[in-house]
Structure formats: structure tokens, C-alpha cells
Design a protein around this ligand. Structure first.
Ligand code: NAG
Length: 160
């Protein structure tokens, strides 16, 4: 039981870190030809990450940014609630609040990464076909899975 809780705790922290990294790092789509990459905020084409994203003003990108930030917030809230419940909750209860918050985080990741996949994941800039997914994109899908598993485990587990 304690080992399981500790394991979930570690995976939860890893998920928070991965969400941070994937949201901040501009490596969602990488060009195969140059080592350039684009992310949610910047276009890292000419050495530095200061080129303007051609779709920076599109609502779809703003939605992805918003949902990724929301997912970070909910995953942190869920972690705090879990630690709080670990110390204050009566034995035998389920970690319902942390589980529900984590599933909200999972929903935010799902919406954000789905919009990104639909609109932007297919190509770097306008140069479709010469790009692949960067590690931010992959980390986000990993978080999509791990946040769901963590959320469900919180709902199922009882405090011993
Ligand atoms: C990034 O910048 C390069 C060079 O300015 C441009 O060719 C490319 O289309 C841009 N990509 C995006 C997604 O804005």
C-alpha cells in the first residue's frame, strides 16, 4: 500500500515536470532538414527562439496554450490535495478530491493535445512532410496516459 502510494506520488511529480517541460520547450514539431523546431510559443528557426510563429494569433494555438497551462495548474492542485489528504484524511476514505482534480487535468491535456494534433502536428511551418514530432509533443501524450492512470488510482485507492 505504502509502496503503491509512493509510486503514484513519484509518477505524479514526474507528470507535473513533464507538463512543465513540454509546455515551455518549443520542441513540438522538428524540421527534418534543419534542426529548427516550433512549439506553443516560439519558432526556433534561426539559432535563437525568437522568430514569430506564423500561426501565433490563431485561436486554436491560444486554446492549446490555455489548456496546457490549465493542465499544469490542475496537476499541481491535485498533488497538493493528495499530500494534504495523506496527512489529514481519515483512514478508509478514498482520495476522491485529488483523483477528480487529476482527471480534470487529464481532460485539459486531452483537449489541448487533440487541438494541436489536428491543426499543427502535421507540419513544420508550411513545409508539410519534412518534419517529425518533437519531444514536447511526445511528453504531452505520455502525460495524457499517466494523468489518467494516476487519477483513476486515486479514485480507487483507500487510505489505509
Ligand atoms: C518559422 O520561421 C521560419 C523562418 O522565418 C519560417 O520559414 C517558418 O514558416 C516558421 N514556422 C512557423 C510555424 O511559424
Amino acid at each position: 500500500m505504502l509502496v503503491l502510494l509512493a509510486g503514484i506520488f513519484v509518477v505524479h511529480i514526474a507528470t507535473v515536470i513533464m507538463l512543465f517541460v513540454s509546455t515551455i520547450a518549443n520542441v513540438w514539431v522538428v524540421s527534418d532538414v534543419t534542426r529548427a523546431s516550433v512549439g506553443l510559443w516560439k519558432n526556433c528557426t534561426n539559432g535563437g527562439c525568437d522568430d514569430v510563429l506564423s500561426y501565433a494569433s490563431e485561436d486554436a494555438l491560444k486554446a492549446v496554450q490555455a489548456f496546457m497551462i490549465l493542465s499544469i495548474i490542475f496537476s499541481v492542485i491535485s498533488l497538493v490535495v493528495f499530500v494534504f489528504q495523506l496527512f489529514t484524511m481519515e483512514k478508509g476514505n478514498r482520495f476522491f478530491l485529488s483523483g477528480a482534480t487529476m482527471l480534470v487535468c487529464w481532460l485539459c491535456i486531452m483537449v489541448g493535445v487533440s487541438i494541436y494534433t489536428h491543426h499543427y502536428a502535421g507540419g513544420y511551418g508550411t513545409n508539410y512532410g519534412n518534419s517529425h514530432h518533437g519531444y514536447s509533443f511526445i511528453l504531452t501524450w505520455i502525460c495524457f496516459c499517466s494523468s489518467f492512470i494516476i487519477g483513476v488510482l486515486y479514485l480507487v485507492l483507500r487510505k489505509k
